[in-house]
Ligand binder design. Structure first.
Ligand code: HEM
Ligand SMILES: CC(C)=CCC/C(C)=C/CC/C(C)=C/COP(=O)(O)OP(=O)(O)O
Length: 301
């Protein structure tokens, strides 16, 4: 198939680049959400069932793609005002807003149906909850308050619980710990990004912490506080007998590293370089700690 298809709209013929629809789904972020959901599923140590695994993975991916598409539909005007986002399919005029809206709604409904009927009701409810908190609460709040970031951390941290629910039909303490790890991890992750793109966010009218406090002092302190919480929550499994020292050591190592990077970000007067280092550190943290957790759980049982 060619990378583009031709579609008739009223009397005109328009070329629809499929890659533009693909970009609407924020493929990297969506894929990462699926990976964190898979971590929840694998760490739950279920009785394996290939059918459930298939529907849960595809359902989560479709939900994430639908949520991302709806997010881009809602933010099409502000995305046009930022350098980082102005080439996205909607501000670039590659896809019509109504097409994006219908695609987002259709994907979200299909994704929730896959989770509900292919896994179980709890997984479906969590999928729906993730979409709604992202689209109906976080996305509109972004223009209103700096606390939107903390609200956004909820849908960002819910996918492991979808995985846990798909595996067990319920959520065990380690599932909630994973939710805590993902929630606290997102704050230093995003404080670093919010510093780097503060001018972009400011010009689009987003009151991010680095916009309302342009010194970056509050962002640094808030990243550090959350890095401490991340370290504490990430080592809880060892005290509850839910993992071995293998996971606890890796989580401590990466947690301390993230904390030191956050402190450096808070302390620096010129924050540009340290913010990028904290961002890259946050990107390394997740695969290292989550992969180790899955291996550790498999070794334990
Ligand atoms: C409050 C929640 C979050 C916000 C506001 C946020 C925002 C962002 C932004 C703006 C970027 C682009 C940075 C750049 O272009 O330099 C980014 C990158 C990234 N984010 Fe997040 N993120 C959040 C949650 C998450 C979650 C939950 C994950 C993983 C499951 C994640 C993983 C990544 C990764 C791996 C990158 C680098 C690769 C890429 O740009 O796609 N983020 N994030
Ligand atoms: C199963 C399912 C529905 C998964 C979706 C989970 C998910 C990806 C949650 C969003 C995390 C988040 C707040 C990202 C930033 O979005 P942003 O809109 O602020 O980023 P942007 O500035 O790049 O648009």
């Amino acid at each position: 198939m060619t990378p583009a298809a031709t579609l008739s709209e009223s009397s005109e013929s328009k070329t629809i680049p499929w890659s533009a629809y693909y970009e609407l789904t924020k493929p990297r972020l969506s894929l990462l959400s699926v990976v964190t959901a898979l971590v929840g599923y694998l760490a739950a140590l279920p009785e394996r069932d290939v059918g459930t695994l298939f529907f849960f993975l595809t359902g989560t991916a479709i939900c994430a793609a639908g949520a991302a598409t709806l997010n881009q539909y809602i933010e099409r005007r502000t995305d046009a005002l930022m350098k980082r986002t102005k080439t996205r399919p909607l501000p670039a005029g590659l896809v019509s807003p109504s097409n994006a809206l219908w695609l987002g709604v259709a994907l979200s409904v299909i994704g929730v149906a896959f989770l509900t009927f292919g896994a179980n009701y709890l997984a479906g409810a969590l999928g729906l909850g993730t979409i709604l908190t992202y689209i109906a609460i976080y996305t509109p709040l972004k223009l209103k308050t700096r606390w939107a970031t903390e609200v956004g951390a909820i849908p960002g941290a819910l996918p492991p619980l979808i995985g846990w629910a798909a595996a067990e039909g319920t959520i065990s303490p380690l599932g909630w710990i994973l939710f805590g790890v993902l929630s606290f991890w997102q704050i230093p992750h995003f404080m670093a990004i919010a510093w780097t793109f503060r001018k972009d966010y400011g010009s689009a009218g987003f009151p991010m912490l680095t916009v309302v406090d342009p010194s970056g002092r509050k962002a640094g302190i808030w990243a550090t506080i959350n890095a401490v919480a991340l370290l504490v929550v990430s080592v809880l499994p060892i005290f509850l007998g839910l993992c071995t020292w293998f996971y606890a050591s890796v989580a401590t190592l990466f947690g301390v590293w993230m904390l030191l990077r956050s402190i450096a970000f808070a302390a620096a007067s010129d924050k540009d370089g340290v913010a990028r280092k904290l961002f890259f550190n946050s990107i390394l943290y997740l695969p290292a700690v989550l992969f180790t957790l899955v291996i550790d759980r498999w070794m334990l049982f």
